[in-house]
Ligand binder design. Structure first.
Ligand code: PMP
Length: 368
């Protein structure tokens, strides 16, 4: 039975193969007589699951040895507090505002640190990306925060900034929640990266943090122990009970990612090729259409989240109802921007985007 194509921004579609494998293993994980949900996190079975997941992720994202990989809880929004609690030392931190998620981050950081606005695209309605050379970076910032893919506004940095070249010695913090594992990461430019799993890595419940070892050990005294990166790292993400089932599902997704190939490439490099093809197909269609349009400047359009609008908004409900009937789910835009949004993460095959474009073309014809 073919499943519908699901364009949710997150929690988002997962590879059917991964869901099937989890279903097969649900009652008895590999002869253990237990579901993964029923296992002690300190037993040998779960230890193997989390160690394999971490090693696979390190390989997939090519994470260098000087970084620790942490599996935490609380999602991206909790990290908006946990990052300043751990890295700010209560001092100055620079923020680049590119959309709703970085706006939330700067507000939360103000509770623990002194955030400074280095650049913002608010004047363009979050449709452009301020050039890094125009960022007003502080000489004494503890870190610089950016959201490398703004899920709601559909803005993605095509290259991470080289802060050193811009005159800053601060580590770069990236919120990569909504495009992690969709493209390679240039770790030489990163101090810390965080992201919730529920878009590209697995189900909600686990938050990935990849942090340079040298940044650990400076948490503010008020930082909860369970959120002190040093404590989490020292306990191999098991200081408190980790979200075991979410980690297991993410681990199955990492193995699925490792099996993917495209044009002679594998893993994340293969996904990147596929994601470029998917996004180009949809943007090219939008740009050539008389009915639909996307507002984002072409140099910073997201490959993962593509917001678009119908020139006649009165057609929105009919568009969504027809899409659902055609097996194209969860296309409604975020309430703060309206319109539509197609989130096309790793688990969305090219065929899903082709089916969407076909539906949009047919819908446009019937309304012409
Ligand atoms: N950052 C980004 C870029 C996101 O897309 C989201 C979720 N949509 C969050 C942070 C917040 O994540 P959570 O709801 O897991 O806290």
């Amino acid at each position: 039975m073919a499943r519908p194509f699901n364009f949710s921004a997150g929690p988002a579609a997962m590879p059917a193969e991964v869901l099937q494998q989890a279903a097969d293993e649900m009652l008895d994980w590999r002869g253990s007589g237990m579901s993964v949900m029923e296992m002690s996190h300190r037993g040998k079975e779960f230890s193997a699951i989390i160690e394999t997941a971490e090693a696979d992720l390190r390989e997939l994202l090519a994470v260098p040895a000087e970084f620790r990989i942490l599996f935490m809880q609380g999602g991206g929004l909790a990290e908006n507090a946990i990052v300043p609690l751990n890295l700010s030392r209560g001092g100055k931190v620079d923020f680049v505002i590119t959309g709703s998620w970085s706006e939330k981050s700067i507000k939360e950081a103000a509770r623990y640190a002194r955030p400074v606005l280095a650049a913002s695209n608010v004047d363009s309605g979050h449709t452009t990306l301020p050039a890094p050379t125009s960022w007003n970076l502080s000489a004494d910032a503890q870190y610089v925060h950016i959201c490398s893919n703004e899920t709601i506004h559909g803005i993605e940095l095509q290259e991470l900034p080289d802060l050193k070249a811009l005159g800053s010695n601060a580590p770069l913090v990236i919120d990569f929640s909504s495009h992690v594992a969709s493209r390679p990461v240039d770790w030489s430019r990163v101090g810390l990266a965080f992201g919730g799993a529920q878009k590209n890595l697995g189900p909600a419940g686990v938050t990935l943090v990849v942090v340079r070892e040298e940044l650990l050990g400076h948490a503010l005294p008020v930082c909860p122990s369970a959120f002190d990166y040093k404590t989490v790292a020292a306990n191999a993400s098991m200081y408190n009970t980790p979200p075991t089932f979410s980690i297991y599902m993410a681990g199955l997704t990492f193995q699925w990612l490792k099996r993917q190939t495209e044009g002679g490439l594998s893993g994340v490099a293969a996904m990147e090729q596929r994601n470029i093809a998917k996004a180009s197909l949809l943007y090219d269609f939008l740009d050539g259409s008389a009915l639909y349009f996307n507002k984002v400047a072409s140099d910073c359009r997201s490959r993962m989240n593509i917001p678009f609008f119908l020139r006649d908004e009165a057609l929105n409900d009919a568009f969504l109802a027809g899409a659902k009937g055609a097996g194209l789910l969860q296309l409604k835009g975020h309430k703060s921007v309206g319109g539509m949004r197609a989130s096309i993460y790793n688990a969305m095959p090219l065929e899903g985007v082709q089916a969407l474009v076909q539906y949009m073309r047919d819908f446009e014809k019937t309304r012409a």
